[in-house]
Design a protein around this ligand. Structure first.
Ligand code: LLP
Length: 443
């Protein structure tokens, strides 16, 4: 059993996170429940900051809020000195409502609407990451209408695609995101951008993938970005002040995953930047990264109550929990693997292999296949680990299931940061046209 962060098994054989016995959390807040180990989030953020400090480079660590965007998380990111990457008006609104410092907000997205751009302009956010030619002109026009000049990065597709283990040098060309480096789009974007009075190009952005376990892809991206930076300086007279290398740093979901310590990814990037740019006689740029999963992923645990089970002798035993693909769509979407324990009897020896099903009306609603557990009974608590990233963020109301609550735990304290959805939330936006209304039931 691999326990992350402050998680441990206490004398009663119960899982404890942030000094809280999860059986008590279940009693107080109900299940399913997302539990976030605040100390582990802070530790991950600090691992990045320390590694960058060691490099001597100027930097920003922008938390990619898409991984888990709620107001308390924005507040935590702020406290840890991080910047924030948002990709929609909803994420931007969350950050603004949380009072996140606007100059540290970076706005991403491949199809920002006029309303979204205006909202971000009015908020005076720090930087727009421009994705395409239409946005380049639109942003210039909208900024101009407000008499503003805004800082931008151009998102480039560097032609490095990281599939966790293998790297394909040109595959990434076929992407919906960014200006392609290989076919000259990125170069033309800089040329165009330099003509636009309301935009200030700080540099470029590159993101090569997610859940990456090796540094080679990042090194390749730095090589491509350096060559581009030199070409742009020499031919167009623009010196990049900022290079943003995106996110994608992998985490350990199960024994199969072998991520590097976060500092090693940073060191590989900063070493490559320092060596390449120094070699090119280029002033060292400020380096930005955008980790999402590696900030919150392993700090999250989802606590479920076991309900029914179905034993098919010689084939498989299913156990069903009170959540599923609505709170964690990743196994159904990506065949993602998770590890879990019986949180109320964690010290008991393993004695059966079960597959964990959700409660949605769908055969694909499975959370974990073939999990080894002590004999499972109805009302046991199942804790699924590493659900901090892209779980709550991707949760849905399929089958009109209410989204779970989220608690932050630390030093024996547990604070509700998102309430469990209510039935009112479920029907709150529904309207019945008068022609469908009956005067009273039965008429
Ligand atoms: N920056 C950009 C431009 C991105 O597109 C992403 C993720 C990140 C940063 C953060 O990447 P991270 O450090 O979290 O790997 N829903 C999928 C992951 C989608 C990632 C999308 N972009 C999942 O559940 O695995």
């Amino acid at each position: 059993m691999y326990l992350h962060g402050t998680s441990k098994i206490n004398e009663q054989g119960h899982l404890e996170i942030g000094g809280n016995d999860v059986t008590k959390l279940a009693a107080e807040f109900g299940t399913p429940l997302y539990i976030v180990d605040e100390a582990l989030v802070r530790q991950r953020a600090r691992e990045y900051v320390e590694a960058f400090n060691a490099s001597g480079l100027k930097f920003q660590v922008a938390y990619a809020s898409k991984a888990f965007c709620v107001m308390a998380m924005c507040a935590l990111a702020e406290e840890e000195g991080m910047s924030l990457d948002v990709v929609s008006d909803g994420e931007l609104h969350t950050a603004l409502q949380a009072g996140f410092p606007v100059e540290r907000i970076h706005f991403h997205g491949n199809n920002k609407t006029v309303d979204e751009i205006n909202m971000a302009l009015d908020a005076n956010i720090g930087c727009f990451v421009v994705d395409n030619f239409i946005e380049l002109d639109l942003l210039n026009e909208l900024a101009g209408a407000k008499g503003k000049r805004v800082k931008i990065l151009l998102r480039i597709t560097p032609g490095v695609e990281a599939h966790t283990h293998d790297y394909i040098s040109t595959g990434q060309q076929d992407s919906k995101f960014g200006f392609d480096l290989g076919n000259g789009s990125a170069y033309r974007a800089i040329q165009e951008g330099l003509k636009l009075n309301h935009l200030e190009i700080l540099g470029v952005h590159s993101h090569i993938g997610s859940q990456i376990f090796e540094v080679e892809g990042f090194r390749m991206a730095v090589d491509k970005v350096t060559a581009f930076a030199v070409q742009v300086r020499d031919e167009l007279g623009l010196t990049f002040q900022v290079v943003n290398l995106g996110g994608g740093f992998g985490i350990r979901y199960t024994d199969e995953d072998k991520p590097l310590p976060l500092g090693e990814y940073v060191k590989a990037i900063t070493d490559a930047i320092i060596s390449n740019f120094t070699h090119a006689g280029y002033p060292l740029p400020e380096i930005w990264v955008e980790p999402g999963r590696s900030i919150v992923g392993d700090a999250g645990t989802t606590l479920y109550t076991v309900g029914t089970s179905k034993d098919i002798p010689g084939i498989r035993k299913y156990i069903a929990v009170d959540g599923g693909m609505t709170d964690n769509p990743r196994p159904a979407l990506y065949e993602s693997k998770y590890d879990a324990i019986l949180a109320n009897r964690a010290n008991e020896p393993v004695s059966e292999t079960v597959s964990v099903a959700g409660k949605c009306c769908e055969s694909g609603d499975m959370l974990i296949w073939d999990l080894e557990l002590p004999a499972v009974h109805k009302d046991d608590l199942l804790a699924v680990f590493c659900t901090g990233a892209y779980n709550y963020a991707m949760a849905s109301n399929y089958n009109r299931i209410r989204r779970p609550a989220v608690v932050f735990v630390k030093d024996g304290q547990a604070d509700l940061v998102v309430k469990r959805e209510s039935f009112e939330n479920i029907v709150g936006n529904d309207l019945i046209p008068s022609r469908l209304k009956k005067t009273s039931v039965g008429n």
